[in-house]
Design a protein around this ligand. Structure first.
Ligand code: C2E
Ligand code: MG
Ligand code: MG
Ligand code: MG
Length: 286
């Protein structure tokens, strides 16, 4: 990237660029320290099926900043990607999610849940990525199909041979693969059919306007039809109202995620949510 290679030469001439470089360095070391001090946490957002049963959660990173409070991923992921800190951070998220899956294996309310982990392009492209996934599955003893990796369409922009090979290996391990934010990026239909995916996630920007914008309704409908004809499940993200879910159910969408069901929750709150959702034990048959 020109930005990185040209950095030293450019900043000599350009004080503005120098300021940006300094700010970058500051944030970068701040992120490093935060990871060391264990200031990152995962919050978990339930995903429900057409019957309203929770069948999985998505793990979403949060930074518990000592002064700034809870920092959202959009405020630090881009910097983490740029500085490379996304590699240890992403690995931490993967390890933590696998540990959580292992802890749930003995708990009836959660034993069948999957955890979806977001994987950045830089992390996926790292030569050790598949080995890391394998190592975490082995270390924690989780069922591979309970681990879902959410990839983005950016992966399809180039380097398709590596992407395909890596996805194939992950798929062979039994890991579930989802394409996140579908419809926002680069997917061509001919690429899509070659990917060993399990799920497409309809981007929340389409879901938001599904009842008010006929184009977004058509796009959502088309994504569902396309996914099903490729034998993929469809997850709608950002479902906020019952009317949105009703529309998506009528169109055949398989799974739903959004504030209508729950915001992303800290682990204790998520476990309380799961207990509240689980059907009461029937002690007598009617
Ligand atoms: P994403 O993977 O598309 O995650 C969905 C985002 O939508 C989350 O934002 C979630 O909190 C938000 N959301 C959920 N339900 C609703 C809803 O009903 N309405 C609206 N308006 N939003 C909803 P969040 O947690 O801020 O994460 C933003 C993005 O940061 C994620 O988008 C993902 O791309 C990235 N991210 C989060 N955690 C990780 C991680 O561990 N690794 C990597 N590489 N990226 C991550
Ligand atoms: Mg995601
Ligand atoms: Mg998404
Ligand atoms: Mg999204």
């Amino acid at each position: 990237q020109a930005k990185t290679t040209g950095r030293n030469a450019l900043c000599f001439f350009d004080p503005e660029m120098q300021a940006a470089v300094n700010a970058n360095a500051a944030v970068s070391s701040e992120l490093h320290i935060a990871l060391k001090k264990q200031e990152f946490v995962l919050h978990y957002q339930p995903q429900v099926d057409r019957q309203g049963r929770v069948n999985g959660v998505e793990a979403l990173l949060r930074w518990q900043h000592p002064r700034r409070g809870l920092v959202m991923p959009t405020d630090f992921i881009p910097m983490a990607e740029e500085t490379g800190l996304i590699l240890p951070l992403g690995r931490w998220a993967l390890a933590t999610a696998c540990e959580q899956l292992a802890a749930w294996a003995a708990w009836p309310q959660a034993a069948d849940l999957s955890i979806a982990v977001n994987v950045s392009v830089r992390q996926f492209r790292h030569p050790d990525f598949v080995d890391q996934v394998m190592a975490e599955i082995r270390r924690t003893g989780v069922k591979p199909q309970h681990l879902k990796l959410e990839l983005t369409e950016t992966l399809l922009a180039d380097g398709m041979d590596v992407t395909l090979a890596r996805m194939g290996t992950l798929k062979a391990l039994g890991v579930t693969l989802a394409l996140d934010d579908f419809g926002m990026g680069y997917s061509s239909l001919s690429l899509l059919k070659r990917l060993p995916l399990d799920q497409l996630k309809i981007d929340k920007s389409f879901v938001a306007e599904v009842l008010t914008d006929p184009a977004d309704a058509a796009i959502s409908r088309t994504i569902i039809t396309l996914a099903h004809s490729l034998n993929l499940k469809v997850v709608a993200e950002g479902v906020e109202t019952q009317a949105q879910q009703d529309f998506l159910i009528a169109e055949g969408c398989d799974q739903f995620q959004g504030f209508l069901f729950s915001a992303p929750l800290p682990i204790e709150a998520l476990e309380a949510y799961l207990i509240a959702q689980s059907p009461p034990l029937k002690l007598q048959t009617a």
